[in-house]
Design a binder for this molecule. Structure first.
Ligand SMILES: [Zn+2]
Length: 425
């Protein structure tokens, strides 16, 4: 494919003019404040040298609630080309993810590949380095990936057809004209990351075959709220989704929810199946919608305790780490995920309190954490510091990380789990 990025304009207000914030899902300007996180550096702005300044730009981070469609989202919109152009994050480095890719693709095969002689056309939006695409192909799908990062080219080189672009209406038209409509569209962790949410859904609607199915997976805002996962709030992560909000968005584009399920990925996610409104399958989301009604998830009042818990967690973590420092303990972190960077910066954790961050991703090793500037090192280098405590940054992989340190690296000391309130194990 020869084009670089889809040629639609960013829908922004006049520069300098204080245009009211409009909801990404429905354009309503009726929003209410959930949480003000202050000014934070971009969570993936890792730097190479102490003299680098990319991470010194701090941007406001404010979580709001749309009164019209219930979409929880951040007000701020950073230029997406800046956020995704050199993406360090690669799927598939953890055992948990590898196992999930196998079970997820197996489930797609069972549901959407009725005959052995068929290779249904599957398009994955935000296909990253093609890790999941490879699994879909292995179970018999004819695959195509779309990803805005430089990883699309890597996937294509490995023989996994991939377009480097932000998926939207223009890319959907291009795929339909060259390859036809998609029998299956997969979008894992996409809805929450997209600034042009309506263009994304318009593209999905256009691309989906009349009897096709779309599978959407995203971190569930219920887990954000009830597990105080505030560190998943960062500039790249624009929306925090409920079934209500997804339902409203899909209805807006003539589609319906035909199944709602859940999985453990990313701290707890929903997996929603979507079809065209007139497809020959009933809508089936009422029990999930009733549950959200019951727990006030789609009302601003349902978010008040969360807003109080976040600064309380910060205070508790700071107290714990400054206490350990005063005792002369060596504390390090493990899992230099974007969420960990959010927490370290929001809590003001310095290299004095946390000597280094370990990470298994070689692309991150040797870099400095954005803002707080502790070095990212390999797990082995982390062990060489002889830590007394390891703060688990990537808490969604907590069990795997603990097992890894205990069994593979012989670590005998303690771990700190930071959420929902810090505790030591
Ligand atoms: Zn809205």
């Amino acid at each position: 494919m020869s084009n670089q990025h889809p040629a639609h304009a960013e829908s922004k207000g006049q520069p300098g003019a204080e245009a009211p914030f409009a909801c990404r899902g429905c354009l309503s300007t009726r929003t209410s404040l959930v949480l003000d996180m202050g000014q934070l550096p971009l969570a993936n702005a890792f730097v190479r040298l102490p003299t680098d300044t990319d991470d010194q730009v701090r941007e406001q981070l404010t979580l709001v609630f749309c009164e019209a469609c219930g979409l929880v989202q951040i007000r701020e919109a950073i230029d997406r080309h800046k956020l995704f152009s050199s993406f360090l994050w690669v799927i598939g480095t953890s055992e948990t993810t590898k196992a999930y890719a196998r079970s997820f693709s197996e489930r797609l095969r069972e549901r959407y590949k009725p005959r052995a002689d068929q290779s249904p056309f599957l398009v994955e939006i935000a296909s990253n380095d093609g890790f999941f695409l490879e699994h879909y192909r292995q179970v018999g799908f004819d695959v195509l990936g779309v990803d805005p990062s430089n990883l699309a080219a890597e996937a294509a080189e490995r023989g996994l057809p991939s377009i480097r672009a932000f998926f939207g209406r223009a890319v959907a038209e291009q795929i339909v004209s060259t390859r036809g409509r998609a029998d299956v569209i997969v979008a894992r962790n996409v809805l929450g990351h997209v600034s042009e949410l309506q263009d994304l859904v318009a593209g999905m609607k256009h691309l989906l075959a009349p009897n096709g199915r779309m599978v959407l997976e995203s971190p569930y805002a219920f887990m954000l709220r009830d597990e105080v996962q505030y560190d998943t709030i960062f500039h790249e992560h624009l929306s925090y989704l409920t079934v209500h909000a997804v339902d409203a968005l899909m209805r807006r584009y003539g589609m319906k929810l035909t199944e709602v399920g859940y999985c453990r990925m990313n701290g707890g996610s929903f997996v929603i199946e979507v079809a065209h409104e007139d497809a020959d399958v009933p809508a089936n989301a009422q029990s999930a919608l009733d549950f959200e009604e019951l727990i006030d998830l789609h009302r601003p009042s349902g978010w008040r305790r969360f807003a109080e818990a976040v600064p309380a967690q910060r205070a508790a973590l700071r107290t714990l780490l400054t206490g350990l420092e005063a005792e002369g303990r060596c504390v390090v972190g493990y899992g230099a995920a974007a969420k960990a960077m959010t927490m370290l910066n929001y809590c003001g954790i310095t290299p004095q309190l946390l000597r280094a961050m370990g990470d298994a991703n070689p692309r991150k090793q040797g870099l400095l954490c954005p803002g707080v500037r502790m070095p990212v090192v390999s797990p082995e280098a982390l062990m060489a510091l002889e830590p007394d405590y390891i703060l688990i940054g990537a808490w969604n992989f907590k069990d795997e990380i603990i097992r890894f340190f205990r069994e593979r690296l012989g670590y005998q000391n303690k771990f700190i789990v930071p959420l929902p309130m810090p505790y030591v194990i």
